[in-house]
Design a protein around this ligand. Structure first.
Ligand code: BJW
Length: 232
């Protein structure tokens, strides 16, 4: 590869062929749930049981033995291992399929499904079991302080992570966006930062995203086929 600094952004589409549902497809997660009921801090304040249930189900699904990384996740991990320059992988996904494929320089900008956070202390715990509003927190011993460690609508992604992401974007010469519809900010704005610094920008998706016109190159097809072809 002729590039020195690569930033890759992934979204739900990269995990679709691993059996994890995307959000905005006809059979997607937002089809059965209203965003306002499950993915906002207000929803959690109003009905923590429902929000916990939503994430419990997804946690349980992620831990099923037949769910695992697909050839797209594996190809990105292999690229990171073989690439001589700097490569940052930024995922909007809360699953752990990139790390299970072997990716290491990875930022989960919307949080992680297998983490809970204490709303009193801010401490983060890895947690695999179902949890409810009556769960007792391991750090403060209180009931009802644990929440999924997820960035919901109206919440700020971690400032330290955002700093790392923008630093990498500002010095990248290749930006690749994979399997994201481009509806959700700030991730949807990354391509503009990459364009501003003169990087080549490539979209790999099943169909044109909302940000299609901002990219130099477009590759449309399933990620498990197109990503290995592009990076190998
Ligand atoms: C395939 C495929 C295959 C299928 N192969 N491809 C600027 C302008 C306007 C609004 C805003 C703005 N800045 C902020 C906002 C508000 C808001 C926002 O963006 N709203 C929009 C809807 C307009 N953003 C926020 O609130 C963010 N916070 C923020 O900006 O903080 C700053 C701030 C806060 C407060 C005060 C002041 C400043 C936070 C956003 C958090 C998003 N969280 C979610 C849910 C939590 C995670 C979870 O439960 O899993 O994250 S929303 C949901 O959307 C999830 C995803 O990560 C995210 C993106 O979805 P993604 O990945 O793109 O999935 P899909 O389903 O949309 O698309 C999949 C694509 O794959 C499709 O295109 C398919 O075609 C394709 N595909 N199969 C290849 N096999």
């Amino acid at each position: 590869m002729q590039y020195q600094n690569i930033v890759i952004l992934t979204g739900a589409g990269i995990s679709a062929e691993s059996g994890i549902r995307t959000f905005r497809a006809a059979d997607g997660l937002w089809e059965n749930h209203r965003i306002e009921d499950v993915a906002t801090p207000e929803a959690f304040a109003r009905n923590p049981e429902l929000v916990h249930q939503f994430y419990n189900q997804r946690r349980e699904q992620l831990l099923l033995p037949d769910i695992g990384p697909n050839p797209a996740h594996l190809a990105l991990a292999k690229l990171e291992q073989n690439f001589k320059g700097a490569l940052l992988l930024v995922t909007q996904n809360i699953d752990n399929l990139h790390e299970r494929a072997g990716s290491r320089n990875l930022i989960h900008m919307h949080g992680e499904l297998l983490n809970l956070r204490c709303t009193t202390s801010g401490q983060v715990f890895t947690h695999h079991k179902p949890v409810g509003p009556d769960a007792r927190c391991g750090c403060c011993g209180q009931m009802g302080t644990l929440r999924p460690d997820i960035v919901w609508f109206g919440e700020m992604p971690m400032p330290m992570q955002m700093e790392l992401i923008y630093d990498a974007l500002e010095s990248c010469d290749l930006f690749i966006s994979i399997g994201t519809s481009g509806h959700v900010y700030p991730a949807a704005g990354f391509v503009e930062v990459a364009n501003r610094v003169g990087a080549e920008t490539v979209e790999i998706n099943l169909e044109p995203s909302k940000k299609q016109s901002a990219f130099d190159r477009h590759i449309y097809g399933p990620a498990s086929r197109e990503v290995p072809l592009f990076v190998e």
